[in-house]
Design a protein around this ligand. Structure first.
Ligand SMILES: [Zn+2]
Length: 410
């Protein structure tokens, strides 16, 4: 019999030992060698566990299939190989500490502490074993706890052939943190499932099946340059054209003025010289119609801008980046309903929230594969303060195993 806690922790430590930070500066996928390394390790382990069709493609996406021994919907799990690039150290040294209350010393030598004054949530886990970073990096529970979770589920099924399960496919993808790059490249012919899950949310009970619809835009402006001594009536300053464009939008609909289910335009960067300017824009909205409306406003305002500056050459490109999972699924549809049922049968209180961002599931949903997301059990993703209580880690695994069981009841 597998000791599940032991299995989760040893797998987590093994995967965390491979630095697989994605690299913002590199456009190739994967953006770092460590992700390739982790992907090959996982491929070897999948083969050892008896999975079929184990395959690593040129983007380091690792695929594997566990043949079913009963009927039921084919289930997929997708997790990301990379850890976030937040200029903290890329090598990760997790430590398992029994938390006895108060501040935690993460690093004696560097005198780094996790303080309950800043992180009162720690106190909820008094007396428990918790995985912490050493204070010099993230912990990487985002998303290596998901990888450990999925691999342990497969190990449990390999170890207990009498357990009923439908076909299960897994995929480990690179560069999620850079804009869902890996899942966008995922080959759905190799990941042929009825629906899938990611395990990429934080604390116990979190369920996410609503994310933003997301798009990005670029406005290019070519003005008319002139020497300032003879510029009157001639010069068209591209920077001021961009300024006029931005001024046409409602200033209350920006990231800094919105929350919950309010969408926004984010004019997030640009470049300008005397002749040319570019402006990059992010568009976000949970509501698909409002999202489309936001794109239309960008186009309509462009027309107004053109009338105002007839000599400027304007070009606006808009690209859809990912989609709200809820565009493709309701709470009562099987992928989501089964997740709530799993939590309910395990007596875990569901904490549903509409994510102001996207997950790999948003990219997969845009490709037509419904992929809700549930908790890893960790706190404080993307920070040195990231920590993972083992009790929540185990509960997350229990949800994974329960989903398999529920699918096999079909
Ligand atoms: Zn993640």
């Amino acid at each position: 019999m597998l000791d599940l806690k032991q299995e989760l922790v040893s797998r987590f430590m093994r995967y965390a030992a491979i630095p697989s930070q994605s690299d913002e500066e590199i456009t190739a996928v994967p953006s770092s060698q460590g992700q390739r390394e982790l992907s090959s390790l996982l491929a070897r382990e999948l083969s050892e566990l008896g999975l079929a069709d184990v395959y690593v493609d040129e983007h380091a996406i690792c695929y594997g299939t566990l043949k079913g021994n009963c009927k039921g919907p084919a289930l997929g799990w997708c997790a990301h190989l990379d850890t976030v690039d937040v200029s903290l150290s890329s090598s990760i040294h997790p430590q398992l500490i029994r938390y006895t209350g108060g501040d935690v010393c993460l690093n004696e030598e560097k005198q780094i502490y996790l303080k309950t004054a800043e992180h009162p949530e720690l106190e909820r886990y008094r007396g428990e074993e918790i995985l912490f970073s050493d204070g010099t990096s993230v912990l990487g529970a985002d998303n290596k706890s998901a990888i450990a979770n999925i691999m342990t589920m497969l190990a449990v099924l390999a170890d207990n052939p009498e357990l009923k399960h439908p076909e299960i496919r897994v995929a480990f993808v690179p560069d999620e943190e850079k804009g869902l790059c890996g899942s966008k490249l995922l080959d759905l012919n190799r990941f042929k499932v009825d629906f899938a899950y990611t395990i990429d949310s934080c604390e116990l009970g979190e369920v996410v099946w609503e994310t933003f619809n997301a798009g990005s835009g670029t406005l290019k402006v070519q003005g008319v340059s002139a020497h300032p001594m003879s510029a009157k009536g001639v010069l068209v300053n591209p920077l001021l054209v961009v300024h006029d464009y931005i001024a046409m939008f409602d200033r209350s609909q920006t990231p800094e003025c919105t929350a919950d289910k309010d969408g926004y335009w984010w004019f997030q960067g640009g470049f300008s010289d005397p002749l040319n300017a570019t402006l990059s824009i992010n568009i976000r909205d949970h509501d698909k119609e409002r999202y489309e409306w936001r794109k239309q406003v960008l186009r309509d305002n462009l027309e107004l801008l053109q009338r105002r500056h007839p000599k400027a050459r304007l070009e606006l490109t808009l690209v859809d980046v990912y989609e709200n999972i809820a565009n493709h699924v309701t709470r009562d549809d099987k992928p989501v309903a089964m997740l709530y049922q799993a939590l309910s049968e395990l007596n875990i209180k569901a904490r549903t929230y509409a994510m102001r961002g996207g997950t790999d599931g948003s990219a997969l949903s845009a490709k037509g594969l419904v992929t809700p997301n549930y908790f890893t059990g960790a706190h404080n993703f993307h920070s040195y303060a990231e920590f993972l209580p083992l009790s929540s880690f185990e509960k997350s695994l229990q949800v994974t195993l329960k989903l398999v069981e529920l699918a096999s009841r079909d």
